[in-house]
Structure formats: C-alpha cells, structure tokens
Design a binder for this molecule. Structure first.
Ligand code: SF4
Ligand code: MSK
Length: 652
C-alpha cells in the first residue's frame, strides 16, 4: 500500500512532497512555528555557508570575513580558512559517529561480563568475524571471553597513537596501498579528530591541501573505524538484519493506543523499550487506562535501527519530527543523540506530549531527563513506557493522524544481500557482479543523507532514486534518505514497475526491491563492506575506484554528512551533494583539491552540484566512464541456451 503520491496541498508542495507532513501543516495553519517557517523567515548567511567568501573565528582578532582578494588579520587566505572550517566540520561529524561507536564497544564488554541487563550477544557468528578482523584469536575460546577482548580491542582503536586501525584491512589491498602512499591511514579515531582541532588552531597548518589530507584521514577513521565499529557491534548485540516487511509514515500512529516515538541514533535503550512494549503487565496497564495497546514507532536513525531488526515503523525522517508532535497523538517522545531539533522542547509544551532525554550527552530545555546508564536498561524502559501510559488520558485538543502510510521492505545488511544473491550455503555477490558485467545492472548508487528545511522535503531523494532505477541502476540507501523513498512506496518489490528492464529482471529473480534499505547513517559502513566484497568477488577491477558506483546526498544537512561524503570519496567513489552547497563554494582552490586533487590521489571526489538533473547526469556519466574503462560498456544480449548448447558449453 502507498497513498503518499498525491500531494495536492498547493501551499506546501514546495516545502514537502510528503502528504502527511503537508496535511499537518495545513491543519496548524501557521499557529505553531516549524523548521519550514523558520527557513522562510531567516535567510542563510552567504558568508557562513561559503557561497560568497568565508568567515574565520578561530582567534579573537576576528571574526574575519575574507574573499578571494582579501586575507584575515593574520594573513590567512580564503583557501586556508575554507579548508580549516571544512576540516573542523568533518571532525565534528566523525566525532558524532565515532562516539556512538565507542559507546557500543563499551557496551559489548559490559554485555560479555553480564553487567548490562537486557543486553546479550545475539549474533555469535558476526562476533567471530568482527574479532577476526580485529586480529583476535577465536579458536577454542569462550564466546564471552572473545567478546570481552573484542570490546577492549575496539575501544583501543579510539585512543591508538601509532600504526593503522585494524578495520581498514577489510578494504581491498589496492585501496589500502593508495591510502598508505598518501599517508592517510588513520592511526586512531580520536587521534585524527584531535589533530584536526590542533592543526586548525590559529597559526598552525596553513596549506589547504595538507589540512584536507588530515580531514580525509579523520573521515576514514569514521567510515572504516568509528562507524564500522558501531554497525558491527549493533549487529552482534541486537542481530544482523534480515529482510522484513514494515510500514512507514505518520499514519502508523494509533488514535486508540499509547504512542511512543523513539528518535535519535542509538539502538540500545530503544531495543529494550521495543522489547518491553509487549510485556503483558504493561499492556494490561495501558488497557486499564483506556488504551487498546502500546504503539512504538520511530523517527530518524534510531527508527532505522529498530526498523531493520524489529520491523518497527519509522513514522518520518528528520523534517517530520515536528509534524509528528503536531498530530497531538504522541504520549511520549524519547530521544538519545543527534538530529533532535531543540524546537521540540518548546513545541511539546503545546501538547500533552512528554519529551524525554536519556543520554548524558544530550539534554534539552523543556525535556524530562531520565538517564540511561547501561546498567538500568529494563528498569528505565519500563519507567518510560509507564510514564507514556499515564499520559494517555492527558491528551488535549483534537488528534489529527493523517491517513498516510506505505509498505516497505528493509533489513539489507551486507550479509543478507550475500544470502539473497547466493542462498544460505553458497552466499555470494557473484550474481550481482555478473549482472553488472552483463549490463542488466548498470551500476550501484548510494543515495543517502538527511532532509534540509531549505529544500523541499524528500523531493530530491525521490527524484534521483526513481530516475536511477528507471535506468537500471540499483539504489542502496541509509538514514533519512531511506525513509524518504520508503514513504513513497519505492522500497517494495511492487516498485519494480518503475525499474528498467534489466534491473527488474535481476530483482525479480532474486526477490528484492529495486531500492535496498541498508540501515542508519552509521551503517554507510555496510556500503563500504559491500564495495570491498564486490571487488573481492572479481571481474570488476582491483579497487573500489574501478567499480561503476557513485554516492549522492541530495538533501544533506549535518556535519556527519560531510564526514561520510569525504570518506566515501577517499574510498574511491565519485560523490555528489545537492541542496545546500558544501561550504567551500567560494574557494576555487579548495574545490579543485576536493575534485581534481582527490580524483588523482584517491580515485574519487566530492563535489556540490546545485541542479539535481545536472547531478544525475554527472553521476550517470561517471559510472558509464567506469564501465568503459572495465570494457563492459556494451550491453550484452541475453542468450537463452537450449540443452544442447549447455552441453556444448560444459565440454569446452
Ligand atoms: Fe582572523 Fe586569522 Fe584569527 Fe581567523 S585566525 S579570526 S583569519 S586573525
Ligand atoms: S538522522 S544525520 S538527518 S540522515 Fe541519521 Fe537523518 Fe542526516 Fe540525521
């Protein structure tokens, strides 16, 4: 089912294509301020966004505003300031992902020691693989002992001072050599972040290219370090995702049930809340308060985590968070870290909705803080659910739940993709490589990233995804981008009607949709693993940069997106951002380093293309050039062989 393709609310069609969000905005008639209103009321600063010059505030002689023909008080040029600012943003993005990974590494140790109630090791096979990748001996050892050592080893990668972080060994050997030659292999995750903060302090690194090399090293520490640790351990503790059906959008809220929304990025407490939401005692308690049951739904990437493993409905992405509150149907929204708008604190004051923060790293004015401390999971989950139930009778005013929802299929971990393609005993990416080689699949494109209130919600994600599948490109997605296309019914096998003939034939044979949901934004590391596996499978070159693949973040917003874009480009993939500019637009010098310079060094680049159709054409051209270089650019005719012809083949 998909009833989200008819957004005829004309006043809102330029700010969201999501009919559910548009309906809520129409109902509110501007009574309450949302990010959409604030975006219209406040223009973004052309200096801060790097469109016309740039601003440096790294010392108190500034802030200095510089253009190409001027310098800051200390003499810093446009190129230097632009590179320094971007490097700091990448450090912040890498820090966010990696700190998330660190917490999971810590949790793995606690789980191994039985000190994290409600958490246990669910995927032992994945633990063994992870431990082996960390160089840990697994033979004849107890699972808990291995888990404890894996936790300690993973934690040590954050503070490691010398050498190379272990997980880069997952990358193809040719890729590792490129990084080695350019001296960008991360030594330790925290070390690279700290070094950016040092180098960008007033009067330290002043050569844009050198600053950006450190930014690359830091971003690689995110993708092949912090984020990868987060993904791997989340799978170990909560299970490696497998394909499952679910539903999405605001229509998944229930008027007659206690609605609890989980929002943010961390899977830990969320998984426990999901588990306890079906606890008999709590369900009976909800009934005693007049509700028919307890309905758990999600927003942003925590939603993606519990969707991938439990099939819990994501009711929206980044720009849906305020609209969700404005339905008046939410008893409690529990948030952890990242992408939570401060506006929620004020907005919830207009409703009965309780906003609960749970991370010591994220407190919000107007929210109730109930801290999750690893050891109190079940207790806290029950307390939060009970608080939501008690709030059910406090609903005030009208409830407005848009009758908008879509089906989706999620759960495409790299393990599951291998299984889908090759079967349980012969799991393999071979069919994918063969389909790319024979041209039925022209290439693979990751469409990822956020929403941005300065651009129409979901419009670009949907445009590029639809156009790509139409032209036989397999699309893989994570984060809010994945929720974007899911909301419009593009993540189900039925969406194959929009796909080109070649892609459709493969997806039908294997039984997958044309767009694969691979998880949350830290799970972009899954895409890196798939790319490495595709190279290893053979027939498409020796390195990731040989593959006919690309990355697009069409509505990016967060600093994490800048880190992701940088590590994807430095891993050898052409990457394009649209929507808001990458804040380097006014510096031709920095743009050249990130395009021509990185292309030469790493075989991938990161650029901003404002026009979405131009971006699409560029992505397609880049992929077709790769196909040409691999000599697979001629589409092969499919030959149907009869028995005689098959026998003849065997004899060869
Ligand atoms: Fe201005 Fe230089 Fe200070 Fe930046 S570091 S604020 S450019 S004087
Ligand atoms: S939540 S980082 S808005 S994808 Fe991961 Fe969405 Fe972007 Fe946050």
């Amino acid at each position: 089912m998909n009833n989200n393709d008819n957004n005829d609310y004309s006043p809102y069609k330029d700010i969201t294509v999501d009919r559910a969000v548009a309906e809520i905005l129409r109902e509110s008639q501007g009574r309450l301020s949302t990010a959409f209103d604030r975006a219209l009321a406040m223009k973004c600063c052309p200096i801060g966004s790097g469109i016309s010059g740039i601003c440096c505030k790294n010392c108190s002689m500034g802030p200095c505003r510089v253009r190409e023909d001027t310098v800051g008080l200390c003499g810093a040029t446009l190129g230097t300031i632009t590179a320094r600012n971007l490097a700091r943003q990448i450090a912040a993005g890498a820090a966010a992902h990696s700190d998330h990974g660190r917490d999971l590494a810590h949790l793995l140790g606690l789980a191994a020691e039985g000190k994290a109630p409600g958490i246990e090791i669910k995927d032992e096979l994945k633990l063994m693989k992870f431990a082996r990748n960390l160089g840990i001996e697994i033979k004849d050892r107890d699972v808990k002992e291995i888990a404890l050592e894996a936790s300690e080893k993973a934690l040590s990668l954050f503070g490691q001072q010398h050498g190379e972080i272990d997980l880069i060994k997952i990358a193809p050997p040719a890729r590792q050599e490129i990084w080695r030659k350019n001296n960008v292999i991360p030594r330790g995750v925290d070390r690279e972040i700290v070094e950016i903060m040092h180098r960008t302090h007033a009067g330290v690194d002043q050569e844009p290219e050198n600053i950006l090399s450190q930014a690359v090293r830091c971003a690689l520490a995110d993708g092949w370090g912090g984020s990868m640790i987060a993904t791997e351990i989340t799978d170990i503790l909560f299970n490696t995702p497998e394909a499952l059906r679910a539903k999405t959008n605001l229509g998944m809220l229930r008027e007659d049930e206690v609605n609890i929304v989980i929002h943010g990025h961390e899977p830990t407490l969320s998984e426990i809340i999901v588990e306890y939401s079906s606890d008999n005692e709590l369900v009976e308690y909800a009934k005693s308060k007049g509700a028919k049951g307890i309905n758990i739904v999600g927003i942003c990437c925590t939603a993606n985590e519990i969707l991938m493993r439990q099939g819990i409905a994501p009711i929206g992405n980044f720009l849906s968070q305020e609209a969700a509150i404005m339905t008046g149907a939410i008893e409690l929204m529990v948030v952890d870290i990242q992408c939570i708008m401060q506006a929620l604190g004020r907005l919830t004051q207009n409703y009965h909705t309780k906003l609960v923060t749970t991370s010591p790293k994220c407190k919000i004015p107007g929210a109730i803080h109930m801290e999750f401390r690893d050891v109190n999971g079940p207790e806290l989950a029950k307390e939060i659910i009970k608080m939501a139930i008690d709030n059910f009778s406090e609903r005030k005013g009208e409830i407005h739940i848009p009758d908008v929802s879509s089906d989706l299929v999620a759960g495409f971990s790299h393990e599951y993709i291998r299984y889908m393609l090759g079967g349980r005993f012969r799991e393999s990416l071979r069919p994918l490589n063969d389909a790319i080689i024979d041209g039925r699949i022209q290439g693979v494109v990751g469409v990822v990233g956020c929403n941005n209130a300065r651009h129409c919600q979901d419009k670009y994600h949907n445009f590029v995804a639809r156009e790509l599948i139409k032209r036989d490109y397999l699309v893989v997605q994570t984060g809010c981008s994945a929720i974007s296309t899911a909301k419009y019914g593009l993540m189900v096998p039925e969406a194959l009607e929009y796909a080109g003939e070649g892609l459709r034939s493969i997806c039908e044979t294997v039984g997958i949709p044309p767009i694969l949901h691979m998880g949350s934004c830290v799970d972009n590391s899954r895409i890196l693993t798939v790319l490495s596996d595709v190279v290893e499978e053979g027939g498409l070159g020796d390195d990731i940069s040989d593959l006919p693949v690309a990355g697009i973040a069409p509505e990016w917003m967060s600093e994490k997106a800048l880190s992701i874009g940088t590590y994807v480009a430095a891993s050898g993939v052409y990457t394009a951002f649209s929507g808001e500019p990458i804040p380097v637009e006014s510096s031709p010098e920095v743009k050249k380093i990130m395009t021509e310079g990185w292309q030469k060094k790493y075989g991938g680049q990161l650029e901003y293309i404002m026009d979405i159709e131009e971006l699409l054409n560029k992505v397609i051209n880049v992929i077709q050039e790769k196909r040409k270089a691999l000599k697979i650019d001629m589409k092969k005719e499919r030959v149907l062989l009869d028995m005689e012809a098959r026998r003849a083949l065997k004899d060869v």
